[in-house]
Design a protein around this ligand. Structure first.
Ligand code: HPA
Length: 292
């Protein structure tokens, strides 16, 4: 056993630890959640729409990582939204904060244990596609796992077959049916919805001009410092995933302008109403879990 290791340093967790976290949550809410939502930097306002909410600070859930970054509230909100029971993570922890991959993705596995089958992930991202502008919303069609390619996978270590297979398929990481619902919602609401490939980098430094040229060459549309580890763990556990990137800043290999965290948070304010409309529209159009 590895009881003496601080949670944030664990290379992997054992079943009993995920279970301990899940049972603590069960005792804090009467809701039985079906949909998990992870809200990125500056995008936390969606959580205010949840009805009959039970609010659980991350610090009160065993092994759950707590964020140190501005724009991340650090609480789990469980309640009703558009006919579904949702568990909303208002803020997430990033790899660059120093936690292990296993710890930053622990919430996804805990949600799975609690019955969540659909995960909606959002993030703030830099626009790499030259047509993208700050304030655009992008549906993630696929991702590039640059952290994982470099050896930092949350699935590294012993595989728990009860969650999923040793070598999980990632060919349809972002569920085509859910993407279709997002496109339909955008059309109905008159929201311009970009589509593209998200690249996950470790950060926390923003990209150099050479990084941006490289990302453009390899077909990336948006870049950020999250999402990919969570989606990898969700797909390992056969969850359906919808991903949305709020473009907080446009990146150019030629621009002399700097990228700042303030800019990322400011764009969140423009993005939040659009993001809320898309997520609510998708939930409304989704069959409730268990129905045929
Ligand atoms: N780069 C990486 N991550 C980001 C950016 C960016 O420009 N903007 C928001 N998250």
């Amino acid at each position: 056993m590895t009881e003496d290791i601080a949670p944030e340093r664990r290379a992997y967790f054992e079943r009993a630890q995920y279970e301990a976290s899940a049972s603590a949550l069960r005792s804090r809410t009467r809701h039985r959640q079906q949909v998990g939502l992870i809200l990125g930097s500056g995008l936390g306002a969606l959580a205010e729409r949840v009805g009959e909410a039970d609010i659980i600070p991350y610090g009160e859930i065993p092994y759950w990582p707590t964020s140190t970054v501005e724009g991340h509230a650090g609480r789990l909100i469980v309640g009703g939204l558009e006919g579904h029971v949702v568990a909303v993570m208002q803020g997430r922890v990033h790899y660059y904060e120093g936690c292990s991959m296993a710890q930053i993705t622990l919430p996804v596995r805990v949600m799975r244990l609690l019955g969540v089958e659909t995960l909606i992930v959002t993030n703030a991202a830099g626009g790499v596609n030259p047509e993208f502008r700050a304030g655009d919303l992008m549906l993630i069609v696929d991702h590039l796992n640059l952290m994982g390619m470099a050896g930092n996978s949350p699935l590294r270590g012993p595989n728990d077959e009860a969650f999923g297979p040793r070598f999980p398929d990632m060919s349809q990481a972002y569920d085509p049916g859910l993407r279709q619902l997002a496109v339909e919602t955008a059309g109905a609401e008159g929201i311009q919805l970009r589509q593209g490939v998200y690249a996950g980098l470790a950060g926390p430094s923003f990209e150099t001009s050479a990084d941006i040229r490289f990302l453009r060459l390899i077909g990336v549309d948006a870049v950020g410092m999250s999402t990919v580890p969570e989606v990898t763990v969700a797909r390992h556990a056969s969850m359906r995933v919808l991903g949305l990137s709020g473009i907080s800043n446009a990146l150019s290999p030629h621009a002399a302008s700097e990228t700042t965290h303030e800019e990322v948070l400011e764009a969140g304010r423009v993005l939040v109403p659009k993001l809320i409309a898309i997520v609510r529209g998708v939930l409304r159009r989704m069959r409730p879990a268990g129905s045929k």
